[in-house]
Design a binder for this molecule. Structure first.
Ligand code: C5P
Length: 397
């Protein structure tokens, strides 16, 4: 039930806007009040009259409508709801959100709000798959936006694939889940993410190609399920998730200290690509070229943070999850790694360059636990994260 909940529903301009009309009915059937906002493009697909008739409320359409500014300014409008829902959400509104643009009523409301935001994307499959849209998607998720769908299916444009808006009942279920008790409420989860940087001297360092995308997506998914997340991150490409307690580190040693300071936790997930070695006796001064030859770097082993936490006798998290990035014999190597490190699960993936997984937007993983090896189909890193977060919730239940 959505009794006493006010949803600010933004309809943007796509053919799926007609499903927005049904969505209004479904939300109201469950007791929600719906304040509708239409973009100019949405008015090409549904009329303000039908939207306001179904919502039983005035439709907001224009940023510069002075009467509305007197009655209710856009700032107040943006904050008077319990949830802002964008359905359908076009590639254009997602791009505006990712950039923080505010050039019409809908985008201005989204920039001015402190209310949770949920989007149900709908667009042509090529537009959805486009690197720019996927970048914007990752950005808005990182900003704390919840995304429902899109689904695979036949599209109005005659193509087939992901891009079809989630059905109104699916969206209603996501809205109800948003307001309902969430399975990880009251649980603390620690997540490590990103690469580490190991200094050679004050300006040079040794690093790896980890972007932090999978760890960040997982932290977002855990937050969506209600967990309190401590996010220990090396210098990643992706911005850390909004709503997490973010601890930024550079080296493996700093990461270990931050992890130990972040315990106790109900679960700990080690998605970081921690350097195995650091430069022993890193120089406090910038190394200079010299006629006497090349500098010799000596390496020393870094602490294995995952193994350390997995083997703690006192205060070990109830569930310890490691990642294994492999290029050969993925399952055999990851199974051996699970035993060696003493963790409960290993999320294994093949990072051979031809898979495009390292630094890419998709992942194909095998979950290794005491139940054996379970291969998951290739899917977006966000979908892997959502599924993994749900499995963590099931394990902690
Ligand atoms: O041994 P390997 O680096 O392949 O193991 C990967 C897993 O171990 C990941 O979960 C990673 O976060 C964790 N790890 C760690 N500390 C290290 C090395 C790896 O926590 N020094």
């Amino acid at each position: 039930m959505l009794k006493d909940k006010r949803i600010l529903l933004i309809l943007t301009g796509g053919i799926a806007a007609y499903k927005g009309l049904d969505l209004i009915r479904r939300l109201r059937e469950r007791g929600a009040a719906v304040t509708p906002v239409l973009t100019r493009a949405a008015e090409q697909f549904v009329t303000p009259l039908s939207v306001s008739a179904l919502a039983g409320e005035k439709v907001y359409r224009d940023l510069f409508d002075l009467t509305d500014e007197a009655e209710m300014g856009h700032i107040q409008l943006s904050r008077s709801a319990d949830l802002i829902l964008i359905a359908p959400a076009t590639a254009d509104i997602m791009a505006k959100m990712a950039q923080g643009r505010a050039d019409d009523l809908a985008s201005t409301l989204l920039l001015a709000t402190d209310t949770p935001v949920m989007v149900a994307p709908a667009m042509n499959v090529r537009m959805w798959d486009h690197a720019a849209t996927q970048r914007n998607l990752a950005q808005i998720k990182g900003d704390g936006v919840t995304v429902v769908g899109p689904n695979d299916g036949d599209m109005a444009c005659g193509e087939f694939g992901p891009g079809r808006m989630a059905g109104p009942l699916e969206i209603v279920a996501a809205v109800e889940a948003h307001f309902g008790p969430r399975p990880l409420t009251g649980k603390r989860v620690l997540v490590t993410s990103g690469p580490t940087h190991e200094p050679i001297d004050p300006v040079r360092y040794i690093a790896n190609r980890s972007s932090g995308a999978q760890g960040t997506a997982l932290a977002c998914a855990l937050l969506d399920l209600g967990a309190a997340v401590t996010f220990v991150t090396g210098p990643a490409d992706v911005a850390p998730p909004v709503g997490a307690d973010v601890v930024r580190v550079e080296t493996a040693h700093q990461m270990k200290d931050a992890v130990l300071a972040g315990l106790p936790a109900d679960a700990a997930v080690f998605a970081a690509a921690v350097a195995d070695w650091h430069v022993a006796g890193a120089s406090a001064h910038k190394l200079k070229k010299s006629k006497d030859g090349l500098p010799a770097l000596a390496f020393a082993e870094n602490p294995d943070i995952l193994a350390h936490v997995a083997q703690m006798t006192d205060g070990r998290p109830g569930l310890v999850v490691g990642f294994a990035a492999e290029t050969d014999d993925v399952v055999a190597n990851a199974t051996a790694k699970r035993a060696r490190k003493g963790c409960d699960w290993i999320v294994a993936n093949d990072v051979s360059p031809e898979t495009g997984i390292m630094g890419g937007s998709e992942n194909a993983i095998t979950l290794i636990s005491d139940a054996g090896a379970e291969g998951w189909p290739r899917m977006s890193k966000a979908a892997v994260a959502a599924r993994l977060a749900q499995r963590i919730a099931d394990a902690l239940a």
